[in-house]
Write a protein that binds this ligand. Structure first.
Ligand code: GLU
Length: 299
């Protein structure tokens, strides 16, 4: 029997879902329906500075009201921090991580003093990369630190060319697309990059359909998949829903929250029809109220 494809929707519970999320859900559903694929829901809540448990239920309610059907149990990342620690330990065993003690200010200052701009996507000036083991250990005992990926070493370690498929096109991972990214933050001991790569593999995700704001993270994810011995899914990054002038929707704008649009009388079918035909453009200026949007949609 051919393998059943799996994809996922992975919101972070930072507030109510908005029309940009609904647009992303539609992209996932269309892709999945055409292929009879399984669709999973994952709550990406490893960052307690941005995520709140009380947003999880409203997110699921709004998704249900919108008619999004997800397939099996919901994976909530904060329940699986030990899985991410195991992956980090694996990378430490490979010796491709180093502790970084820099504060944001330290980094900004060194970047200002640099004569030429970094060629890397993640412009870390590599201040802590060459610390001696003895100094690292001394400082680790009393200073907060993050773990960064030594991307040059990691790229050397994976000997075969690293590629991924994006809508039928093949992309290659280049070192200048990544930099020494943080894989375990000082405050939470893990990161989005680690959690997403581990979960996609654990949940058997074969295809990732997500917004193109995450395209630049994909080379990092593919490198991590190679280092951790995990499969590389097929990627499809779709354009984000934007205003007419191309500007991104501001999450803080209440009138684009699904909850407020539904309360203003817009049915999920109306919203679906609009998003299906809008060509990626949310044609309402940012000051338009949910009630006015409802009138203009004629619902
Ligand atoms: N949790 C991420 C977000 O809300 C999505 C991550 C992903 O799809 O890889 O933007």
């Amino acid at each position: 029997m051919p393998q059943q494809y799996r994809t996922r929707f992975a919101p972070s519970p930072t507030g109510f879902l908005h029309v940009g999320h609904a647009y992303a859900v539609i992209q996932i559903e269309q892709w999945a329906t055409e292929r009879d694929a399984k669709v999973l829901l994952r709550i990406e809540d490893i960052d307690p500075t941005r995520c709140r448990p009380q947003w999880i239920e409203p997110i699921q309610q709004d998704l249900q009201y919108f008619g999004f059907a997800w397939d099996s149990e919901v994976r909530q990342q904060s329940q699986y921090l030990d899985h991410y620690q195991q992956a980090l330990q694996h990378l430490r065993d490979l010796d491709v991580l180093y502790p970084c003690f820099c504060t944001r200010r330290d980094i900004q200052k060194s970047l200002q003093n640099q004569s030429k701009p970094s060629q890397f996507f993640d412009a870390y000036p590599q201040t802590c990369k060459h610390l001696r083991t003895q100094e690292q250990q001394k400082r680790m005992a009393y200073e907060p630190f993050a773990w960064r990926l030594d991307c040059e070493k990691a790229m050397r370690m994976v000997q075969q060319p690293m590629i991924w498929s994006e809508q039928g096109e093949t992309h290659t991972v280049h070192i200048q697309d990544m930099g020494d990214v943080v894989l375990a933050r000082k405050d939470i001991g893990t990161s989005y990059h680690i959690a997403v790569v581990v979960d996609d593999a654990l949940q058997g995700v074969t295809h990732i359909i997500r917004g193109d704001d995450l395209f630049s993270s994909t080379p990092i994810h593919v490198l991590l998949q190679h280092l951790l011995g995990l499969p590389t899914p097929i990627y499809h990054h779709h354009p984000l829903l934007c205003h007419l002038d191309g500007e991104r929707l501001a999450k803080s704008q209440q009138s684009i929250h699904l909850r407020h649009l539904f309360e203003a009388g817009i049915s999920s079918q109306y919203l679906r029809d609009y998003l299906d035909h809008c060509d990626g453009v949310w044609g309402f200026p940012s000051h338009t109220s949910a009630i006015d949007i409802a009138h203009q949609l004629g619902s």
